[in-house]
Design a protein. Structure first.
Length: 160
């Protein structure tokens, strides 16, 4: 018997790759730009080489960090999804939403702690029980709506 791998669409839905939020991607880009700017200044001789080892800047280490940041940005940026894959992911999101909402403390419970003193503990226990579903929901939503920074926020699911 031949080993049959799942279709490519299935692999995308169940991917172990960490998709980053727009703010995380922006922070990585900012850090990369800062390091590239520092390298450019070091190469332009605006900075001295330093007289001893403790004052020298390791340019190779900076270049490695820039490459690592570039790889992290590339790997964490959501790919454009179309057709049947998008439909499967949307269907999975609906299933996850149904599972996540069960037992989720309401907005009123969470924000009226005088009347509901046990709400934070209830919420923490609910988050522990649903951690896997919440993480999967966030990853799929970041792929389905890459431009929306609040797409992966589970507070959108909390009822009033």
């Amino acid at each position: 018997m031949a080993n049959i791998s799942p279709p490519k669409e299935e692999v995308m839905v169940r991917s172990k790759k960490q998709i980053l939020s727009p703010s995380e991607i922006q922070a990585l880009r900012s850090e990369k730009n800062d390091q590239e700017r520092m390298l450019k200044e070091l190469d332009s001789e605006n900075w001295g080489a330093g007289t001893n080892a403790s004052q020298r800047v390791d340019k190779d280490a900076l270049r490695r960090q820039v490459r690592q940041l570039d790889k992290a940005i590339t790997d964490g940026t959501p790919r454009q999804i179309r057709g049947a894959t998008k439909d499967k992911m949307s269907k999975r999101v609906k299933e996850l939403e149904g599972n996540i909402v069960q037992g989720m403390p309401s907005h009123n419970e969470m924000w009226n702690l005088k009347r509901n003193p046990g709400a934070p503990t209830k919420n923490l226990n609910w988050q522990k029980r649903n951690a896997k579903n919440i993480q999967e929901y966030k990853q799929i939503m970041r792929q389905l709506e890459p431009g929306d920074p609040t797409a992966s926020n589970i507070e959108r699911l909390r009822r009033d």
